[in-house]
Design a protein around this ligand. Structure first.
Ligand SMILES: NC(=O)C1=CN([C@@H]2O[C@H](COP(=O)(O)OP(=O)(O)OC[C@H]3O[C@@H](n4cnc5c(N)ncnc54)[C@H](O)[C@@H]3O)[C@@H](O)[C@H]2O)C=CC1
Ligand SMILES: O=C([O-])CC(=O)C(=O)O
Length: 276
């Protein structure tokens, strides 16, 4: 990540002011993202943001106004639908786009559309590790022959309200681990847009959406959102267990997601990069 390394502060726009977006904005305002400054926050309905803290933010509900602030990089934290609608326009403006709703990129046409927009404008689509880890090693391992990549995601029952799992089991009384899905990452990302973005990130780093195998569980015996990655190939193997503390505001999302975005922004102006 070398293109934004001038002397000026990196101009950062944020799309979405929910759980991840608000944490990213707070960190930017506390100057925790290195040489980066918040330029604008794109929200859906500006009338909803009335607190004293929110009144100080550069909020807008107009994409034209948002891009007129000339961000160097835009962080999307607004969901699959918003990414589909806004992504190409942001990339075409010349700004890099850091996406957390990466599950949307399981649609090949969308990924191709974004890639074309980025190539034409000289911008980049950036997928941070977010809720998962080990992507550096999986990506390096995929330079050679990779035999198998699997992901097992488990979250406590409260993380599955508002998803299709809520129609399948009684989450309030679930007594043992329930397997809600087993199959390729492409299908996992489509069926659980709010919950298994990690499957898409892992696939993009490694052997693709159709070869990466995913299992998804609602598990009443755990408190954290956990992800277990196993991969084998010419490089050797990796077995990684990740436990994310779920955020109070949205138990589907871990605090680590915003922290990973901040780490990514730091890297965009840092003279030393580690662990890419
Ligand atoms: N890559 C990863 O590992 C992870 C990805 N995610 C994804 O990150 C995204 C954000 O997650 P949360 O902050 O927890 O969700 P959230 O629901 O708390 O916040 C989303 C915010 O985006 C806003 N929004 C929706 N459409 C918008 C639009 N068109 N323009 C501007 N704002 C818009 C909503 O009003 C809401 O405030 C979700 O797509 C989630 O699935 C979450 C956790 C991990
Ligand atoms: O673990 C988390 O915090 C969120 C998650 O699985 C995802 O959206 O992929």
């Amino acid at each position: 990540m070398d293109t934004k390394i001038g002397q000026e502060a990196l101009r950062v726009g944020v799309i979405g002011y929910g759980t991840v977006g608000a944490d990213v904005v707070r960190a930017l305002r506390r100057e925790e993202a290195g040489r980066a400054a918040l330029t604008a926050v794109l929200v859906r309905d500006i009338s909803k943001y009335k607190s004293t803290e929110e009144a100080e933010l550069p909020l807008t509900d107009s994409m034209a106004e948002f891009l007129a602030c000339q961000p160097d990089v835009v962080v999307e934290c607004a969901g699959h639908a918003a990414l589909r609608t806004c992504g190409a326009e942001v990339l075409a403006s010349g700004a890099d786009l850091v996406v957390v709703s990466v599950g949307a990129l399981a649609e090949d046409e969308l990924l191709e559309h974004f890639t074309r927009a980025a190539l034409a404008a000289g911008s980049r689509l950036v997928v941070p590790s977010a809720a998962i880890g080990g992507l550096d090693r999986i990506a390096a391992g995929s330079v050679g022959q990779m035999e198998r990549v699997t992901l097992t995601t488990r979250k406590p029952p409260r993380a599955w309200y508002g998803t299709r799992v809520e129609q399948e089991v009684d989450l309030a009384t679930l007594a043992e681990s329930y397997c809600a899905f087993e199959g390729p990452a492409r299908e996992a990302a489509r069926l659980f847009p709010e919950s298994v973005n990690v499957s898409a990130a892992l696939s993009l780093a490694g052997i693709g959406m159709d070869r990466t195998q995913v299992r998804v569980f609602a598990d009443p015996t755990i408190e954290h959102n956990t992800h277990e990655i196993e991969a084998h190939g010419h490089f050797g193997s990796i077995r990684l267990h990740i436990a994310n503390t779920p955020s109070k505001e949205n138990p589907k999302t871990g605090y680590i997601v915003a922290m990973s975005v901040i780490k990514t922004l730091r890297g965009m102006t840092a003279p030393l990069l580690i662990g890419l």
